[in-house]
Design a protein around this ligand. Structure first.
Ligand SMILES: Nc1nc2c(ncn2[C@@H]2O[C@H](COP(=O)(O)OP(=O)(O)OP(=O)(O)O)[C@@H](O)[C@H]2O)c(=O)[nH]1
Ligand SMILES: [Mg+2]
Length: 486
């Protein structure tokens, strides 16, 4: 589904309005929309964006919390308790095979909508995701509805936020599309809660799953947004040595590369097995309360992290246009120009040689001359010659450009969006009406460069403003959070 430029304009207007309403005393995000718009015009003039697109729709404007983790770890139960609603089905059988995007709605009743609803609305993080699912899907034309659903519910707890519940994760049996979606969700989320089950703290079969979820998080610039949660701790209270369960889990995490991170131990009192020993109970309850408080604090703070994320994305996109797209396009244009000139040269030389030879050995001039006499003959010949040469030249331009585009697609295959943008921009820069001698890509000039620098400056100003507002931007490290050491 695509949008007309007026629709995009309307969407951005309503986004700006919504952000201004949501944070009347914090206009940074509304200002960021304006900066994104400025960048859109550069995208249009360079051909990186089509008129029905916007850089603003590439970011999630809602703060988003993802709950991932192993089968039956208690993800859905945790979410239900948080919402104060029995929204998600729970149980020991794998009950969920879809990702559920949960968001607030004033209406009294919870409602379920198919995934297409998310795919068509640029305010949601799954805007246009169906395309990339189709591209990698094994079963051909799988519908987005097979993977995603949207649930709206009236819980104030998630007003202005998005919460995602995911199916139990098992890297071995997961379809490629589910892995891709999981990555997508991880990338877009402001907070990722990774749930493990204390009943199976170190199952060898889970090793791949652990490796997948954890290696996705270590070495990331935003590693801070991952919280590792060992759930169902109540079960370990029956054991002789509950601490051993925790250490076993820590070892498993360390084995897959997680040597530092935030991790928590909780259980859900609504469904927990009662702990009979009062001393053990007290100890478990205390730890649980501390850890839950930390987790909830982080969940509340994501609005702040969301602001940083969006402003960060603004700067990153502006810099990518200047330092990557521009550079790549210049390089591609250079290659194109050289090849076209070379081929032009080779072909014209060959033609000249052939023509010379032909003239030498035949009397075709005389023959033709008999039909078209005198000056008009040389004029026609000249026009035919120019037309032919022009045709050859423009065919070469087009063919070489197509080859270079193909090469780019092969090289960047994995990054469809950027690849599409570059190809579009390159097509615009190599269009027949544009001189081959321009070194800079279409739409790039001093004004564009100034505007990009302006946007980068603006994003730095926004970050300054955010820093002034929040002294502890990266979130509460939490005294209870332990640092793992291998
Ligand atoms: N003892 C105990 N049981 C729990 C706890 N949390 C959840 N459960 C139970 O564990 C089972 C699985 O819980 P779910 O919330 O469905 O788990 P899930 O992670 O959403 O499972 P899938 O979506 O199937 O991957 C349910 O029977 C819950 O009642 C807990 O803290 N302690
Ligand atoms: Mg579930």
């Amino acid at each position: 589904m695509s949008y007309s430029s007026t629709q995009i304009n309307k969407l951005l207007n309503s986004l700006e309005k919504h952000l201004a309403d949501e944070h009347p005393d914090n206009p940074i995000l509304a200002k960021a929309v304006k900066s994104f718009r400025k960048m859109d015009y550069i995208g249009y003039s360079m051909g990186l964006l089509s008129r029905d697109e916007s850089y603003a729709t590439c970011v999630t404007w809602w703060p988003m919390i993802a709950v991932l983790g192993t089968f039956s770890a208690g993800k859905s139960t945790f979410i239900n308790t948080h919402l104060g609603l029995k929204l998600q089905r729970t149980g020991n059988q794998a009950v969920d095979d879809k990702f559920t995007v949960i968001c607030y709605s004033r209406h009294n009743q919870a409602k379920t909508l198919p995934g297409v609803a998310l795919d068509a609305d640029p305010r949601f993080p799954f805007f246009h995701i169906s395309k990339s699912i189709e591209e990698i899907s094994e079963a051909g034309q799988e519908r987005i509805d097979a993977y995603l659903q949207l649930k709206t519910c009236p819980s104030e707890k998630i007003r202005g936020k998005i919460l995602i519940d995911s199916p139990g994760f098992d890297a071995d049996s997961q379809r490629a599309s589910t892995l891709r979606l999981t990555q997508h969700i991880i990338n877009l989320s402001d907070l990722v809660l990774v749930f493990f089950d204390a009943r199976h703290p170190e199952p060898k079969a889970m090793q791949d799953t652990l490796a997948y979820l954890v290696s996705a998080s270590v070495n990331r610039a935003d590693a801070n947004k991952f919280l590792y949660i060992l759930n169902q701790m109540d079960v370990t209270a029956q054991e002789d040595n509950p601490e051993e369960v925790v250490s076993a889990w820590q070892r498993s995490l360390a084995e897959v590369g997680l040597i530092a991170g935030r991790f928590y131990r909780i259980y859900n009192p609504d469904v927990a097995v009662p702990i009979s020993d009062p001393q053990v109970r007290e100890r478990f309850e205390k730890k649980r309360e501390e850890d839950m408080a930390d987790i909830y604090t982080r969940m509340q703070q994501i609005e702040v992290e969301r602001s940083y994320r969006i402003v960060g994305k603004l700067e990153q996109t502006a810099k990518a246009i200047k330092n990557q797209a521009m550079v790549k396009l210049v390089e591609m244009l250079g290659e194109w120009r050289n090849k076209v000139l070379l081929l032009d040269g080779v072909i014209f030389l060959t033609l000249t040689i052939f023509a010379g030879a032909a003239l030498h050995f035949t009397e075709s001039w005389d023959l033709l001359g008999a039909f078209i006499p005198g000056e008009s003959f040389s004029l026609v010949a000249l026009l035919v010659l120019l037309g032919g040469l022009g045709f050859i030249h423009f065919t070469i331009r087009r063919r070489v450009a197509n080859k270079i585009k193909k090469k780019l697609v092969q090289k960047m295959g994995s990054d469809h969006e950027t690849c599409k943008q570059y190809t579009q921009a390159f097509s615009k820069s190599t269009a027949a009406y544009r001189s081959m001698l321009f070194k800079k890509p279409a739409g790039w000039n001093e004004v564009t460069e100034q505007t990009i620098d302006e946007i980068i400056d603006e994003s730095n100003d926004y970050i300054q403003e955010l820093n002034d507002q929040f002294t502890n931007p990266s979130g509460n490290d939490g005294e209870n959070a332990q640092v793992l050491s291998s």
